[in-house]
Every structure is written in C-alpha cells, then in structure tokens.
Design a protein around this ligand. Structure first.
Ligand code: BTN
Length: 251
C-alpha cells in the first residue's frame, strides 16, 4: 500500500517530513539537511531504500512498502559523550512506538536492537552530523518473509502478530516517542535513560551473552550499564569487561 503521508502530517502539524518513493539511504539526505542547518525533528523517510545502511557495515534489508525506513535529525543539548545514551533512548522510543501502534511487547538488546520472540524487528543507527544527531531507524513492519541469509535472525511485526500493521500509525508513534525520550534525556540527564533501559531490556543484566568485539569473543553474564551507557559483562573468571561496541548475542 502506498504510504499515506497526509495522514501523518495531519497528526503531526508543523513537522518537516521529506518522503521518497525510492532512495539510496535516508541517512545520506538527512546528513545533507543537518549540514544545511535544518530544524530539530526533521524527518527523511522512504518507501524503499536501495542501499540501506545497517550497523557494522551491514546492509539494511529495505524492500518497498513493507518496512518503515526513516532518519531523524535531532539537535539536543547534550555533549558528544552522551551519544551512546542517546542511542539507548532511541531504542526505548522504538520499543514504545511498537507497543502503542501494534500492541506488541518488544525487548531491547544492547545497544539498540529491538526484538520480538528473540528475533530482530528493528534496528537503529545514531551518528553525529552538522552539529546534530542523525537517528536512522528501520522497523520491519509488514514483510511476509526475509531472504534466506537473515531469515533466522529477522522478523516483522506482521509475522509476529499475524496482522498488517499501519506504517503511518507507527511513524506517528515513533516520532512522538523520540520526542518524549529526547526530552527525558535533555531534561533529566543520562541517568534517567539508563535506568529505563535497564528496566526495559532483558539483556541489560543477568543474561548469558557472547560478544564479538575488536576481533575477540567474550562470553559471560551481563551486569548492567555503566554511567556512559556501555554494557558491563562479567566473565566466568570473575573479570568484569566494559563493552564499548560490538554484536551481543545470547550464549
Ligand atoms: C542496524 O543494523 O541494526 C541498524 C539499521 C538501521 C536501518 C535504518 S533504515 C533508515 C535509516 N537509513 C539507513 O540506511 N539505515 C537506517
């Protein structure tokens, strides 16, 4: 179904939303708008991405009309050191949007994978550009199947619920939730987001994980986040490691 941008604009008056039928990556255009000084909250979205960017150099599967593919330019009064916490805030926003628009309870896997039934239904990128944070959010909404190479790991809201979910409702809820969690971060500081993330994520503490980081594999049990938003993992020898980046998987 074609995306009904008018219905989104009617519910979010005054919001700049640039929508494309097909685009390489929404990140590229959002970066350009950020450099040109666009307003905070500006959205670039597309029905299809031909070169969707995922974390760690992966492609983001972005077939036409099935998913939600958006980049949001955010100008928040926070320092560059708070980017990891901003990323966690975006995960919380994705989780809340899915609950509000689809009535589904998603889990969060540090730093920013959104999971249902243990499979990934949304992913988030956050990078600095033009003095702003570029939040790239991809949600698998109505895909009926995935390519073989990711089928074991990926799912969609439709596959999990058996219903077609409105991408328009999801975008409205996502932008509201991003506004809410951005305001939380700006007004209450990182601690408020860290506490919420620890409550919202089954991966934050007490979970056996394997982490691929810096060419090494670490296995252990998660034991919360540090004050910067990094994941703490206790190895079986009792040594505690702080994970700055990398892929976390159940062990
Ligand atoms: C991940 O790998 O988990 C992050 C995926 C982020 C995908 C979104 S889709 C909208 C935006 N444009 C992109 O090219 N990537 C992000």
């Amino acid at each position: 179904m074609p995306f009904d941008l008018d219905s989104v604009r009617a519910r979010l008056p005054g919001r700049r939303i640039d929508w494309y039928q097909s685009i390489g990556s929404t990140m590229t255009l959002a970066a350009q708008l950020a450099r040109e000084g666009c307003e905070s909250g500006t959205v670039v979205g597309a029905d299809e991405q031909t070169a969707g960017i995922g974390r760690q150099g992966h492609r983001w599967h972005s077939v036409a009309d099935a998913g939600l593919y958006v980049s949001i330019v955010l100008r928040l009064p926070i320092g560059a050191n708070d980017l990891p916490v901003a990323m966690l805030a975006l995960g919380l926003a994705g989780q809340k949007a899915i609950a509000e628009a689809a009535g589904m309870a998603a889990d969060l896997r540090w730093p920013n994978d959104v999971l249902i039934g243990g499979k990934k239904c949304a992913g988030i990128l956050a990078q600095l550009e033009g003095g702003a944070i570029l939040a790239g959010i991809g949600i698998n909404v109505n895909q009926a199947a995935f390519p073989e190479e990711i089928a074991e790991l990926a799912t969609s809201l439709r596959l999990e619920s058996g219903r077609v979910i409105s991408r328009e409702d999801l975008l409205v809820e996502l932008l509201r939730a991003v506004d809410e969690f951005s305001a939380n971060l700006a007004e209450q500081g990182p601690g408020a987001i860290l506490r919420r993330f620890e409550r919202a994520s089954s991966y934050a503490a007490g979970r056996r994980v394997r982490v691929e980081a810096d060419g090494a594999t670490i296995e252990g049990t998660t034991c919360g986040l540090d004050g910067s938003g990094f994941l703490r993992v206790r190895e079986d020898n009792g040594k505690e490691r702080t994970i700055l980046a990398g892929g976390v998987r159940p062990a």
